[in-house]
Design a protein around this ligand. Sequence first.
Ligand code: SF4
Length: 326
Amino acid sequence: MNAPLPVLEVEGLTKHFPVERGVLRRAVAWVRAVDGVDFAIDPGETLCLVGESGCGKSTVARMVLRLTEPTSGAIRLSGTDITTLSESAMAPFRRRVQMVFQDPYASLNPRLRVGRIVGEPLENFERLGERERAERVGEILAKVGLRPESANRFPFEFSGGQRQRVGIARALALRPELIVADEPVSALDVSVQAQVLNLLMDLQEEFGLAFLFVSHDLAVVEHIGHRVAVMYLGRVVEVGPKDSVLAEPKHPYTQALIAAAPIADPRARRERLVLEGDVPSPLNPPPGCRFHTRCPFVMPRCREEEPKLQATSDGHLAACHLLDRA
Ligand code: SF4
């Protein structure tokens, strides 16, 4: 039997933003925000994209939704290449991929009642009558743990966690296959974060949802992820099953992230690896290994030759020349 197609595949995904100057707005330089990223997500799976602020993870998420146009590379949804589809040709795919935003305050229109916010996608895509729509909205609100009468209230009447539940309900309305969640709990109180993560996991189980989950917080990733892709300066430097990557990180950058953010997994190895210096500018990434300016294990080869992702002994992939010595 053939394996099911991945819900999402990205191949060589790249985004270079121009830095424009002068009246004619000529591009004088390029910010290489994302520089050749590959990954796939299976149905019902959560892939977490992690890395420091500015590593390109949110740009990847926006490209998957075609909110930002890629410079090059391919995005496939269940095998169909959507990278260059026109807006009208994209319409049937739009409903299959939905987004949950970071800020539950800014992402909901304060002037609309919750019933309208959650019902709008149904109105746009399914042309349901008012009664049917209200029923569906009530069902969806119940799925995310909100009472049916919430439909008549405005976003400001809810707490942060409840507002994020409204955002999740809106994303769920069209029964998507994939939800792209960009730091969906980072604006919430710690006490509420676990509730929202558990809700997302319950919904995943019930609807077979796949998640592309962007986060800088390894504790969150540890909680919700099946697989993890670690990004540094626009590239994936380590990727694989969560347990393998977090317990046996092979890339020095992943090791430093884990050392800096204690996670609950007692098997995780914690070597004190403290990074010095800032992330270099994506305007001019270092040659060779992009991490070499901060890596405590840098070798002469690292300054010239970019390491490729290769299999580690623990069943995941990492891009580091140290693997050749193992
Ligand atoms: Fe460090 Fe070299 Fe590995 Fe890059 S390739 S992470 S500089 S050891």
